[in-house]
Write a protein that binds this ligand. Sequence first.
Ligand code: NDP
Length: 483
Amino acid sequence: MLSAQPKASHFIDGAYVESDGDEIVVTYPYTGEVIARLHAATPEVIDRAIASAGRAQKDWAALAPVDRARVLQRAAMIIRERGPELARLETLDTGKPIQETEVADWPSGADSLEYFAGLAPTLTGETIPLGGDFAYTIREPLGVCVGIGAWNYPSQIACWKAAPSLSTGNAMVFKPSEVTPLGALKLAEIFIEAGMPAGVFNVVQGFGAVGAALATDPRVAKVSLTGSVPTGARVYAAAAAGMKHVTMELGGKSPLIIFDDASIEDAIGAAMLANFYSSGQICSNGTRVFVQKGIKETFLKRLAERTGAIVAGDPLVAETQFGPLVNRTQFDKVLGYIETAKAEGARLVCGGAAGNEGALFVQPTVFADVTDEMTIAREEIFGPVMSVLDFETEEEVIARANGTEFGLAAGVFTGDLARGHRVIGQLQAGTCWINAYNLTPVQMPFGAVKASGLGRENSRAAIEHYTQVKAVYVGLNPVDSPY
Ligand code: NDP
């Protein structure tokens, strides 16, 4: 029998804490087995978490940045040492294949901790000469930050929010999605083991109401949310009422544009990564694949062959490339979109039904002859469903690619690099790739425009979103007062 039961539901002030809130039943998506039972935070638990972060933040911020960095580096080292064990936990929590969770999830979280541990001690202010007098600036932490995560990359999301936040002297209260609550608790344990003072990083579990309570608490300076556009709009409005800083990493319907001079095998590989990795449950996925007319049928034929060879099955088996969806709700939603696509006249190239490897599998699915008006070309599905649309000219495809409320990501495949840059320059998206897709190294800013969000994670850009500038005018002359 599988079990991943943590000692208790929440991690506050350096220790596990239990509460008697609503039950959260955690299941392994592949078998449906219950692997943990947790409880949502009560108002008292939420209060304790924020209070503990508030207390710890002051001393943490007072440390020299290199001393904070050392703790984050140690945490990254522990994550790397425990790679297989943490990957297994992530697979149990999400159902994603172990061959993904071993290389993508926690390792990318460790990258983030290492990167911000290196970067934060190099941050300095400015000195501004004013002709006799001068001014200087100090980059200060915001205070207590709240992180709220989605269920698709639970541990990576926790690390991506914790690393820039904690390295710059903030404390954090993190609420994972109730669908995948386990990884963030491990991260809290690892931080303590690495020498982080109690209270700097706290985890509380719960449903949307817990996130809402965190986002509206007056002691909280910032809310960083990874989630859907409707939730983002609600949390942004709630944060605005308290004049809080926000980072919003929300959903997308990103275009992947393939010109007829592209390497077709590379473009197909990228389109598959952009739709089938993590069974399609990735916000930045290139789900609208625009293929130039001349290569359309060749592209579809090879795509169907390669998609047919995907190995679906038991996520804990090393050879498995494709796992189930995270839960029944998501499974029903994705199959619903597939039926809508058929009813609206899209041409099914492959897949198009539930898989027979387990209860929550949906076959990797490709629809061709998709038009801009079809539901599957407009709405985020968050499952393994690729829409192939055809186009003739560069101008046409740019206009169509931008014809969406979303603006998270975009990709272009072409043998003509000048065209690649020209097209990317006109696409409305925060994160773009030329002849690549969905690579998100920590050195590169990640984020969105339009309804897909604001603020940036990763890279130097994230520092701007977890710190504020204090300006100090220093008078060296007699005060020139008319009074
Ligand atoms: P949701 O928007 O449903 O939930 C996101 C988080 O917000 C959850 O922890 C949720 O809790 C919480 N929440 C819900 N309501 C509120 C509220 N009123 N106030 C505060 N917090 C609240 O997203 P999903 O978990 O379903 O994740 C899928 C979505 O996330 C997709 O749209 C996807 O595109 C997006 N996403 C974006 C990424 C990016 O970086 N841009 C990356 C990954 C995913 P609970 O789950 O308990 O309801």
